[in-house]
Write a protein that binds this ligand. Structure first.
Ligand code: APR
Length: 242
């Protein structure tokens, strides 16, 4: 692995995954005891699962939304917000996470490629609305869409088999960035897992900050292992020192 001075970069793309929210108490997906060990993905994270048993899916996301309400941003989220304020170049923060901890940590520009827990999508009129309440009442009732009144709201979260959001904008940034930083992701779910190969081929410097080596380890010029709350702050201090 090489190490290079974190200076001279003008266009940074950052990709975050569940690992950046782990120290805020939010379950990751593939760690021991993670979300995908507690639930069958096919049942709660696919359109087919939602069609089969909408109440099971709505209950799962209500549980995740309630857990998020008890969580707080950690120093990694706050450090990225500092970078957004202080970095004079172009910065795009892309997250696979559906939590709002980047925003609550102070980031103003966050691209949620997998959607958001605090957004609801109407399956009838395709309206998106900010949503903070449960989607499944205790008596099983489901709230109507505020726009068309149909009872068809679903979590505005990208499920397996669905197209992530704003991919054109993301690929445009990947083609022109000079630094790509991947934080807290296992690098196993595409298209996000393929971003590092895109940027490496386009000539950007690729840095990984992760607790464990990710699947894309060999594509990174540099990989730093450890908790995001420490690594992210250290890295941003290096970038802003120049
Ligand atoms: N600091 C840094 N990295 C951490 C920390 C931490 N404190 N804790 C865990 N990690 C790392 C793990 O080493 C792992 O590589 O975060 C990664 C979490 O991996 P996953 O659980 O697979 O989560 P993620 O990569 O975000 O999953 C991608 O898969 O299921 C879909 O849509 C879901 O967005 C999700 C996508």
């Amino acid at each position: 692995m090489f190490q290079r001075i974190m200076a001279g970069f003008e266009r940074i793309v950052i990709l975050t995954g569940a690992g950046i929210s782990a120290e805020s108490g939010i379950d990751t997906f593939r760690a021991a005891g993670g979300l995908w060990e507690q639930h069958w993905v096919e049942d709660i994270a696919t359109p087919e699962g939602f069609a089969r048993d909408p109440d099971l899916v709505l209950g799962f996301y209500d549980m995740r939304r309630a857990a998020l309400a008890r969580a707080a941003p950690n120093p990694a989220h706050e450090a990225l917000a500092l970078l957004e304020r202080e970095f004079s170049g172009d910065l795009l923060l892309v997250t696979q996470n559906v939590d709002d901890l980047h925003e609550r940590g102070g980031s103003a520009q966050v691209l949620h490629m997998h959607g958001e827990l605090k957004s609801a999508l109407c399956t009838s009129c395709e309206t998106r609305v900010r949503w903070d309440a449960p989607m499944l009442a205790k008596d099983g009732d489901r709230p109507p869409c505020p726009a068309c009144c149909a009872v068809g709201l679903r979590p505005d979260v990208v499920w397996f088999g669905e197209m992530p959001y704003e991919m054109d904008r993301i690929y445009g940034a990947l083609q022109t960035c000079d630094l790509f930083v991947s934080i807290g992701t296992s690098g196993v779910v595409y298209p996000a897992a393929g971003f590092v190969e895109e940027v490496r081929a386009a000539g950007a410097w690729c840095l990984e900050l992760n607790l464990d080596p990710s699947d894309g380890l060999r594509c990174f010029h540099e990989s730093r292992l450890g908790p995001a709350s420490i690594l992210v702050s250290q890295w941003i201090d290096e970038v802003l020192a120049h």
